[in-house]
Ligand binder design. Structure first.
Ligand SMILES: Nc1nc2c(c(=O)[nH]1)N[C@H]1C(S)=C(S)[C@@H](COP(=O)(O)OP(=O)(O)OC[C@H]3O[C@@H](n4cnc5c(=O)[nH]c(N)nc54)[C@H](O)[C@@H]3O)O[C@H]1N2
Ligand SMILES: Nc1nc2c(c(=O)[nH]1)N[C@H]1C(S)=C(S)[C@@H](COP(=O)(O)OP(=O)(O)OC[C@H]3O[C@@H](n4cnc5c(=O)[nH]c(N)nc54)[C@H](O)[C@@H]3O)O[C@H]1N2
Ligand code: SF4
Ligand SMILES: [Mo]
Length: 727
């Protein structure tokens, strides 16, 4: 998205923050923020007609305690943007333009084109790419409709770009995709170790919780860049990019040498430790120092902290998950927590911070790689069980594995996928190696995009655009990073004929002819009750939750919340909510209840810098005011003022001097795949030989190199070779 989408303030209606004294709210509704996975609660103030006027953060909610970041404060503004979609748009075959059509015409085009593709190329020639940014009832209905109703097999979501690594790492190590922590752990740690995470920018309210820690904690930030978080830390560990696996094994090696491992815990609650311990022998401090670029003293300093502090917590985000060996890296973090007994106690844990407001919901209910509720598609008993709860024929549930996002993209290239439905993700900006996209688009026979705006890079490519209601215009549940379910409420009317994603999926089901399968899914809360039943007996059991009001009155509810344990948890109406962490009894979700040590030899990064492309490009979040591809945050004048409006590249002063580049100079950054124009920001936050660019501008993914972790198939967005010159 570019700045041309930004309008004059007078173009906006209800979203402009107004002085509360000039408006008299008739009522206030609590709702969970729809941007990041922190899951802050916002009090939305409404006029007599029920329309949102403005908002303030909820002081009583156990997550944000009255705080919100700039995006939260500005959450209503994007709803009033002038480029909101108000009707479906269909591409006119003669003029080539997207033109407004009625819903019946749009649905007929959807069904006619997608059915024709299935008849010509087989049922698996249709695919969807969805999101971690819609409520879980919508995700589940989409997954069920597409796979059980429409016969799709290969479906995925942007959670692949983001959380696939944590999902696989936890599943293999703990037996279920279960982030163990509660935000209280930020306040209860003696040492917090952040690996590839920049919470000051990406999770500002979580960072505030760290700042509320009264135990004078050590804060270690492991990141090649001296980020805002690294500056605020007690120790910054500026390792060479993608050398984390070696570094983490090096720590483990030294911990064993010091005798700082918890043998009792290891023996009672884990498996495969002896093999791991002997594997570690090769990770001597000297080798680790050479491969990570860190002095041996730094390794000892970190190990000293891990060995001596009573409560150590490990936190990771995209610097780990987006890597060519990311699953093993995440598991190397898990291994450190296990071997030192830093799990299941206050202020500890191997804790993956999620990204989008409902990343955790999509991991449980997306119906892509796991069957609804964390079940397994390949397991006959699981399919039968899920089918019985849904009231459908078990034959409708495929036993085959879905392709991952990159395989779907390759499938479009090879001609296996001919029809694509994109929901609440802007793939033509955010997917890795964008150079392929125009050609891929030509190969698709029909492409549908379901979004709030017609102006996204992806919507502009579509044959049919379906107008979706956004956050605040519909209701349902998000699950935040600490497994807390929170309700997002309807506080504003969607513009024109825009409909909630839930209603769109219901309409599609009817038009497709499989509406009967989804009669039970009559409303988001009815869908919630189905999902609740699917969790019975699973680690994510939420059968004790009565409904939306129960969640709301409890200050959100963390899973698990089984029916039989409700009595031990805060009573209905309690404002305190519950703070619960997993594995307090040392029992994990594997068959023998033991956590598993997983490890592998580190591998070189796929595209290291060389003579022709001498810099390593790192990408990520640029500011707390920018959200991903900018489709929402670029609509707020307030947020736009808080961040650069064009693409920049951070470069170390030594490199800049050598190349004769000054601050603000225009430069061209090129990789083997494409070019991006940017202005230079000369700063020692990046090391010599490295560059950083924010992902919020679409040119960045013209540069990135498509490599994927073999276990999670998550893209490695943070390391590719580029060159740079003044333009
Ligand atoms: N303001 C804002 N907040 C957001 C988002 C947003 O778009 N804007 N997006 C949300 C989403 S979906 C997500 S997933 C999260 C992401 O949250 P974060 O992961 O915290 O953000 P990133 O900037 O992508 O990456 C974190 C850090 O990884 C570092 N890194 C790069 N390579 C390596 C490496 O090899 N090793 C190590 N140790 N570190 C490395 C980068 O320098 C960067 O500082 O943020 C969420 N919050
Ligand atoms: N180079 C690089 N690329 C990256 C990353 C990186 O670090 N570096 N990070 C990756 C990560 S972690 C992520 S999560 C992805 C994010 O990438 P995307 O998912 O592509 O980014 P968004 O801008 O959040 O796109 C969400 C879209 O959904 C629309 N939308 C919002 N709410 C609704 C709704 O309720 N219904 C519907 N139908 N539409 C809605 C918005 O208008 C927007 O177009 O980017 C990835 N790409
Ligand atoms: S920290 Fe995240 S959830 Fe909280 S207000 Fe900001 S964007 Fe919303
Ligand atoms: Mo993400």
């Amino acid at each position: 998205m570019t700045t041309e989408l930004v309008r004059h303030p007078s173009d906006f209606g209800l979203g402009i923050p107004q002085h509360p004294s000039r408006l008299t709210p008739a009522s206030t509704t609590q709702s969970i923020c729809g941007f990041c996975s922190t899951g802050c609660s916002l009090n939305i103030h409404r006029d007599a007609s029920g329309q949102a006027i403005n908002l303030s953060p909820d002081p009583a909610y156990p997550v944000n305690l009255g705080m919100a970041c700039p995006k939260g404060w500005e959450a209503l503004t994007p709803l009033a943007a002038t480029d909101r979609l108000t009707t479906p748009l269909l591409r006119n075959k003669i003029t080539g333009l997207l033109e407004p059509v009625s819903w019946p015409v749009a649905l007929a085009a959807f069904v006619e084109n997608f059915k024709r593709i299935q008849q010509t190329h087989g049922p698996h020639a249709l695919s969807f790419l969805s999101t971690g940014q819609i409520v879980m009832e919508e995700m589940a209905l989409l997954g069920a409709l597409a796979k059980f109703g429409m016969g799709m097999l290969h479906v995925d979501s942007n959670t692949r770009q983001c959380m696939a690594t944590s999902h696989v790492a936890y599943k293999q190590s703990f037996g279920f995709d279960a982030p163990p922590f509660s935000y209280a752990d930020f306040e209860e740690s003696d040492a917090l170790i952040f690996i590839g995470a920049n919470p000051c920018i990406a999770h500002p309210i979580m960072w505030q919780r760290v700042m509320m820690n009264k135990r004078k904690p050590e804060i270690i930030v492991i990141d090649p860049r001296r980020t805002e978080t690294a500056v605020a830390a007690t120790l910054h560990v500026p390792l060479l990019p993608k050398s984390d696996l070696t570094l983490l094994y090096g720590f483990a090696h030294l911990l064993i040498q010091r005798g700082a491992v918890q043998r009792d815990f290891i023996d009672a609650h884990t498996s495969n430790y002896p093999a791991f311990a002997s594997f570690l022998a090769a990770f001597t401090p000297e080798r680790v120092s050479t491969e990570t670029g860190l002095p041996v003293e730094t390794l000892h300093r970190v190990v000293e902290i891990i060995a001596t502090k009573e409560r150590v917590s490990f936190w990771w985000t995209m610097g780990v998950n987006q890597g060519h060996e990311s699953t093993r890296t995440a598991q190397a973090i898990i291994n450190l927590a296990l071997m030192t007994g830093n799990i299941g106690r206050p202020g500890t844990g191997a804790n993956s911070i999620t990204g989008q407001c409902n990343a955790m919901g999509s991991r449980l209910f997306g119906n892509a790689s796991s069957l609804l509720g964390g079940y397994d598609f390949a397991n006959d008993a699981h399919r039968t069980h899920v089918a019985a709860i849904l009231g459908i024929d078990a034959q409708k549930i495929p036993s085959e594995k879905s392709w991952a996002y990159d395989q779907i993209i390759d499938g479009i290239d090879s001609g296996a996928i001919k029809g694509l439905w994109v929901i609440a993700t802007n793939t033509a900006h955010s997917w890795i190696n964008q150079k392929r996209f125009p050609e891929l688009r030509r190969k698709l026979e029909f492409m549908v995009v379901q979004d709030m705006y017609a102006t996204t890079e992806t919507a502009q490519m579509a044959d049919l655009v379906l107008p979706a209601a956004g956050w605040g215009e519909k209701e349902g549940v998000f699950i935040n990073s600490e497994r807390r379910l929170g309700v997002s409420r309807k506080v504003s009317r969607a513009p024109g004929e825009a409909l909630s994603d839930f209603a769109i999926f219901q309409l599609v089901a009817e038009a497709w002819g499989c509406g009967d399968m989804f009669r039970q899914w009559s409303s988001p809360e009815a869908a919630f009750r189905i999902l609740r039943e699917l969790t019975r007996g699973q680690p994510c059991n939420i059968t004790g939750i009565e409904g939306y009001d129960h969640i709301q009155h409890s200050g959100g509810i963390q899973w698990p919340y089984p029916a039989d344990s409700s009595s031990q948890l805060p009573a209905l109406g309690s404002k305190l909510g519950s703070h619960r962490r997993l594995f307090t009894d040392g029992h994990f979700y594997t068959a023998d209840q033991r956590a598993v040590f997983h490890f592998d030899e580190p591998r070189p990064m796929p595209e290291p810098p060389d003579k022709a492309y001498p810099f390593l490009l790192n990408t990520g979040r640029g500011s707390s005011a920018q959200w991903h591809t900018g489709s929402r945050t670029n609509k707020s004048d307030v947020l736009v003022k808080l961040a650069p409006t064009s693409l920049y590249v951070e470069i170390n002063p030594a490199d800049a001097a050598r190349l004769g580049i000054a601050n603000n100079d225009d430069v061209l950054v090129s990789s083997r795949r494409g070019d991006a124009e940017a202005f230079a920001v000369v700063t020692s936050t990046v090391q010599p030989g490295q560059l950083f660019m924010p992902m919020h501008f679409d040119a960045v993914n013209r540069l990135t190199f498509p490599s994927f972790d073999p276990h999670s198939r998550q893209p490695s967005y943070k390391a590719c070779a580029v060159r740079l010159a003044r333009s």
